[in-house]
Design a protein around this ligand. Structure first.
Ligand code: ICS
Length: 523
């Protein structure tokens, strides 16, 4: 009984903590009117609880700007912040040639010391920018603030302006101190606002290509973006920019020339899609390239939007060519995986998207949750107007966006948009995790280490998906653990080839004999 399990999870907490956690732990059950319950999300973690979450700096520097190869990203702070956010996410990139800039293999930091904390770090930052410029002559430099920078009051924006003036390249700073928000989600917002303000719309070159889209919220972890690019390319769809997997500065600057925005991870970027629609007239749809069926469905949505028989035909051809191999592997793997049980506690979108891949090999997700998602990622976009703005979310700047007087260009007439919507092109819409999960499954926001251990004991899942902080504790209890952030050393898992990789990996993990030889703490 999932209600009883919930009570068990709460039993040892002090009453105040239990009350708070009880809003973030829900049994997925529609009420009589068919409405799903509302969940507590995007709120502070109780101090002392071991959370899976990261910080705002991680979300800004690591997640959003980390995958961009030709901006010099300088971490202004102690060396640990820069080091820990350096490629640990396995975001990949592929420069067009050896001559192209690729700074991702470097870790840039001002390496603040005690005396910088006492006397201020602006001088050191200026000289770091100068040094990076002299060594690399990049198109752009960005600066990321860590906690101590905010505490001592270094003005990274003033430094950026001064050095931009002096060096004549684009330089901008982010006030993404770790404590800026309740999780990395705040850092996504700070990063995206900065890119939107300082880079998007700066290059008006119109590319001579058909079916131009942006891919928003795809970060090329384990090469996912390469597989998606392969598929889109085969369909004749051209990607102007990806935010931000395998991306470059110029792609961002030119992204306002695309004719459709497709949103993969809505948690990290949905507001950019909205801002681009308001300012430049680019409509957006939600797509998902995790899962073979979702991939096919997403391609069809894109084709339906452009509404041209040649494209629709080509997309069908690609799906027909790719699916037989996917189906052969999933049928085979299903024989060994059907009925097995998965649990997913990951980030702000993968705990949802990856359920699809498990479904394709007959596995059930009994419990899942995000680390830092907001209510719309759980309940669907329609709840956004009902989300209470608290002091922490008010802290994150909302940009005031207007139509660009020169660059605004509606891609479709209102009539065309209405007719497309009628034909099932779902503009500005996503459903979230809960409507797609089975009744009675347990949804947990910001799960704690303590709760994780109890969940393992109670459900004994066949596989548990989370991150590196949880990995070894889970494996010690005799349960296979798959990292869905970095993919351990695997991937890609997106698209058709990625689905095949994932089926095989899960088959290997859940059917491995090694776990039988481990004694779990409760045995
Ligand atoms: Fe989006 Mo880890 Fe993405 Fe998601 Fe986001 Fe992070 Fe990663 Fe995870 C992410 S942007 S880094 S899909 S690529 S911050 S795996 S919400 S937590 S589920």
């Amino acid at each position: 009984d999932p209600e009883k399990i919930k009570q068990e999870l709460l039993a040892k907490y002090p009453p105040k903590v239990a009350r708070k956690r009880s809003k973030q732990i829900l049994v997925n059950k529609k009420d009589e009117d068919g409405k799903i319950p509302s969940i507590g999300a995007n709120v502070r973690t109780v101090p002392g609880i071991i959370t899976q979450r990261g910080c705002s700096y991680a979300g800004c520097k690591g997640v959003i700007l980390g995958p961009t190869r030709d901006i010099v990203n300088i971490t202004h702070g102690p060396i640990g912040c820069g080091f820990y956010s350096w490629l640990t996410r396995r975001n990949q990139t592929r420069p067009a040639s050896d001559q192209d800039d690729n700074f991702m293999t470097y870790c840039f930091s001002t390496d603040m010391q005690d005396e910088d904390i006492v006397f201020g770090g602006e001088k050191k930052l200026k000289s770091a920018i100068q040094e990076a410029y002299d060594a690399f002559k990049p198109k752009a430099i960005s600066i990321f603030s860590t906690c101590p920078v905010g505490l001592i009051g270094d003005d990274v924006h003033a430094v950026a302006r001064e050095m931009k003036e002096k060096l004549g390249i684009n330089i901008f700073g982010f006030s993404c101190e770790g404590y800026r928000g309740v999780s990395q989600s705040a850092g996504h917002h700070i990063a995206n606002n900065g890119i939107f303000t300082h880079v998007v719309g700066k290059d008006d070159t119109i590319k001579d290509a058909d079916y131009k889209i942006n891919l928003l919220g795809e970060y090329n972890i384990g090469g996912d973006g390469f597989e998606i690019d392969r598929i889109l390319d085969a369909c004749g769809i051209s990607v102007v920019s990806t935010f931000s997997g395998n991306s470059t500065y110029d792609q961002f600057a030119n992204s306002h020339t695309a004719d459709l925005n497709t949103v993969m991870c809505h948690r990290s970027i949905n507001y950019v899609a909205d801002m681009m629609e308001l300012k430049y007239g680019i409509p957006w749809i939600k797509i998902n390239f995790i899962g073979a069926k979702s991939t096919a469905k997403s391609l069809r949505k894109i084709a339906a939007y452009f509404d041209e028989p040649a494209l629709i035909k080509k997309v069908e051809m690609v799906i027909e060519r790719e699916m037989p191999e996917v189906e052969a592997v999933s049928e085979d793997v299903k024989k060994r995986c059907e009925g097995k049980v998965a649990m997913l506690f990951v980030g702000g979108s993968r705990a949802h998207h990856y359920q699809e891949l498990f479904r394709e090999i007959g596995m059930k997700t009994v419990s899942a949750g995000y680390e830092f998602a907001h209510r719309d990622d759980y309940e669907g976009r329609a709840v956004i107007p009902d989300i209470k703005i608290d002091a922490d979310s008010r802290n994150i700047e909302e940009l005031d966006i207007e139509k660009d007087p020169e660059k605004y260009r509606p891609r479709k007439t209102p009539e065309e948009m209405a007719s497309l919507a009628n034909k099932g092109v779902p503009f500005k819409k996503y459903d979230g995790m809960m409507p797609e999960m089975a009744e009675g499954s347990l949804i947990i926001d910001d799960v704690s280490q303590y709760e994780t251990e109890l969940l393992l004991k109670i459900y004994k899942p066949d596989i548990y998906c989370a991150g590196i902080k949880e990995k070894y504790a889970i494996q010690k209890s005799g349960i296979p653990m798959k990292q869905l952030h970095s993919y351990d050393s695997g991937g890609p898992y997106a698209g058709f080839k990625g689905a095949i990789n994932f089926y095989k990996e899960i088959d290997r993990m859940v059917n491995s004999n090694v776990w039988r030889f481990l004694e779990a703490p409760w045995q």
